[in-house]
Design a protein around this ligand. Structure first.
Ligand SMILES: O=C(O)CCC(=O)C(=O)O
Ligand SMILES: [Fe+2]
Length: 256
């Protein structure tokens, strides 16, 4: 077993360095996001948070979230295919593939401490592939994780936006108990790096204290159909409105 798989099993995450293929797609995706931005702000600049903020107020984010073709190029890239194969995913299907653009001024979009599987369900190997489109760090914004937390069970949750959806409907469930941050880690990575997150790893959006260039990322999630326990439970995922609150039969599956 090579290093990254060992890390994924032991610590619940792994960092795969950027391939030339992904870097090339990321460059074109960034250009596309700029070009769409220019429909909203004529001199749109990707590093100016004020531009993204103003564009978002006029609907920019809704347009870019799942639309750019380059998103699907990432999902179907050789790099991702090889990685899925190496991770032992036998029958991969896309659960979701979307862009985020985060600016600290829109802190309501900050996703607090959570475990993805509770909101999204899916197979035990439905990892999240988190791909920054720019540098991520403590000063640029990133993801904060608790290494090893994926093997500490399922945490109690509440809805992040109770006015939008209650617990049984929400796909944004956050942990309601206190989280010890002592052993947390802020991911540092270059554009095109693939950060693989175990579905039970505790993590959250990390926004720096000071203003920062918009943090652009791609979130790809790939489910596994060749899994008898997932199949027996009806292949439930958030795509069809399921989460762990309305589908508690998934609890015994995740606990095994
Ligand atoms: O990208 C982020 O800030 C957090 C997103 C996330 O954790 C998720 O959508 O599951
Ligand atoms: Fe997440």
């Amino acid at each position: 077993m090579n290093n990254y798989k060992e890390k994924l099993i032991k610590e619940g995450y792994a960092i795969i360095p950027a391939s030339n293929e992904i870097i090339n797609i990321v460059d074109r995706l960034n250009d596309e996001l700029d070009n769409i931005g220019k429909f909203y702000i004529p001199n749109f600049h990707r590093n100016n948070p004020e531009h993204t903020l103003r564009a978002n107020l006029r609907g920019y984010f809704k347009v870019i979230r799942t639309s750019p073709f380059q998103l699907y190029e990432i999902a179907s890239s050789k790099t991702i295919r090889l990685l899925l194969n190496d991770l032992g995913i036998k029958f991969p299907v896309v659960h979701g593939c979307n862009v985020r653009v985060d600016v600290k001024e829109e802190s309501k979009h900050q996703f607090g401490w959570h475990q993805d599987a509770i909101s999204l369900l899916g197979s035990k190997s439905m990892y999240t592939y988190w791909i920054p489109l720019g540098e991520v760090s403590k000063t640029m914004g990133s993801l904060q994780i608790i290494p090893g937390s994926h093997s500490r069970g399922i945490y109690p949750v509440k809805a992040r936006d109770p006015d939008l959806a209650d617990e049984s409907k929400s796909s944004n469930l956050i942990i309601s108990s206190e989280i010890n941050q002592e052993d947390s880690k802020i991911i540092e990575a270059k554009p095109g790096t693939i950060i693989v997150l175990h579905p039970l790893l505790i993590h959250r959006s990390y926004y720096p204290d000071q203003s920062h260039p918009p943090r652009r990322t791609v979130l790809l999630r790939v489910d596994e159909l060749d899994d008898v326990e997932h199949r027996n439970r009806g292949y439930k995922t958030s795509v069809n409105g399921y989460n762990l609150i309305n589908s508690p039969e998934y609890e015994s599956y995740y606990k095994n």
